[in-house]
Design a protein around this ligand. Sequence first.
Ligand SMILES: *Cc1c(COP(=O)(O)O)cnc(C)c1O
Length: 470
Amino acid sequence: MDSPRSVPEPVAAALLRQIPPVDELLNRPGIRELEGRIGHSLVLEAARKVLQSLRETISRGSITKVSGEWLEEEILRETHAMTEFSLEPVINATGVILHTNMGRAPLAAEALAHLVRAAEGYSNLEYDLERGERGERDVHTDRLFSRLLGAERSLVVNNNAAAVFLALNTLAEGAEVIVSRGELIEIGGSFRIPDVCAKSGSTLREVGTTNRTRADDYAAAINERTRVLLRVHPSNFRIVGFTQRPGLEELAELARKHNLLLMEDLGSGCIVDLTSCGVRDELPASLSLKGGADVVTFSGDKLLGGPQAGILVGKRELMERIRRNPLFRALRVDKLTIAALEATVSIYLQGRLDSIPALAMMRLSKESIALRAERLAKAISAQPGFSAMLRDGESIIGGGSTPGQTLATSLVAIRHSQHSAAKLEAMLRRQKPAIVGRVEQDEFLMDLRTVTENQDGKIAQAFEKVASRQ
Ligand SMILES: *Cc1c(COP(=O)(O)O)cnc(C)c1O
């Protein structure tokens, strides 16, 4: 290895003299054309950056010639890197359906189409076309939630964290909220029930123990400052064994007796029975309302399979109070969310669950996944250095729903004669589109449950590309 000092000074100096001035570079036809498209300042910035890095390369001695063509190409590459989108589609081969880091639920085709129509022009977002006057943006989804859930009224905010916060702030600011110690959860990304309570201005009163809480524990904690009994979906963990949690009806009765409000944070929020999708033990929002909850909150992009949103449903009078909270204005959603949510919920109303991608993925059988996995494994094994086979595995619904439950799947397990599984993982993650799988016992694993069928071919192509670069 040459150390910087080993570059003879005169050689470096001669190379440095060969660097054209910025103006001359910018005058090259290719660069002028680029400037016409993206403007002077970006091109100038890129040119300066390329020249600076060239000077450093020369002084390190790792270059022997300076050419205008090469500099032009570097400037094109640099401006491309500066202007290309950072948010890009990814092939999710992890088998985690509601993967928060990968954007949770993919939207239904109808939701996408409706979103585009709402976004490309004006709409009656907040304009009552009947009366010719200002309306409310919630009406579009409200009529659907009323029908589907039997809710008196619904509101939509930015996400479920906002929904819980807004409800507590409206209904319990300066008062006490009782929560079972078994439900003092943290969802990833610093959503912790105690912190949300504190920020909402309410005081948390913990009752019971981690594994067992009875209705009597709630009753004993009630005092003149108590305003809300809060039930929280345990989401991403499960307490098994010697456990107890009072039924919703029991808590509803207690709340009524003491003139308190019962609020339930359902988290993942399924709005219909999803047993057919492999989702067991999730209480649909309609049953939570029927069971006596006054306010129920859930996410739009978890089991519902729609856009990011927080949905509040419940008693009309309470919803109106929440709506009048000035924070509601700060947490409200835009027309894109309303459009995507309206279309998604409308699909439920029509009973076409398979049109919702997240639910369709849950309903895929292991056999149908294995069929595709077999084909892909064959294509990958045909590439030099690669061997692929099928393994039994488990997909995860994710998004804080159904903790402990998995869906049986068939994985493609890949090895390479020279590269470790970790190396393969990194190579595939850097493809366009990126392919994200996981590594276990020195195999690179892909679960096609979360891959759409038309992406199977793209995965095969990516392996071909990786193999051809050996
Ligand atoms: C996921 C979840 C939240 C947060 O919902 P977001 O829509 O991600 O803000 C809150 N509570 C529970 C129980 C959850 O599972």
